[in-house]
Design a protein around this ligand. Sequence first.
Ligand SMILES: [Zn+2]
Length: 206
Amino acid sequence: MDRLKKGIHDYRRDVFPQQKELLERLAKEGQKPHTLVIACSDSRVRVTEWTGADPGEFFVIRNAGNIVPPWDSVEHSGVTASIEYAIRVLPIENVIIAGHSHCGAITAVLKPEQMANMPSVRKWLDHAQNARTRAEQKFPDSDDTRKLRKTIAENVLLQVENLKTFPCVQEKVAAGTIKIFPWVVEFETGNVWEYDTATEKWGVLE
Ligand SMILES: [Zn+2]
């Protein structure tokens, strides 16, 4: 903890002065983020930092498995409320749903015995169960490593579908005022993969 407190000290001394003007303006005028990011809570995923964006550019939701519960699911949770707020109130033009390599949540979907004493996790990850089914159907005979990779990718696409069940998202998609970007962050290589809906293929962002 001492190291983290020292980090606050260093931030106040070295970084804050450079951003002071911007942060004061954001305090006065309010935030106007252009991009909503829905990413996994995993400590290794620092995709918003990688973009080099400034404060005020990203509205971020993180949870285990970068999940978006479908609109008609009974749980109107912190995730659904944050999405609704972002889409209705903020000037969001892009939504990034970012899964990542070696995701523990998706590993648990593939090995549900890991969730024996975690009823809440198990219930939450029900929202990713279809990703497993789809990966198994599309890529049968995969070994464990490939199966995890494919399920992580299918999960991102599944959560994009779930996002499109939100009335507020449907309105903006129909009006062409919002774009949705499915990403998988490979933190150990620095690669970010994006799904191209036209070619139905994943490719690394250059
Ligand atoms: Zn994860």
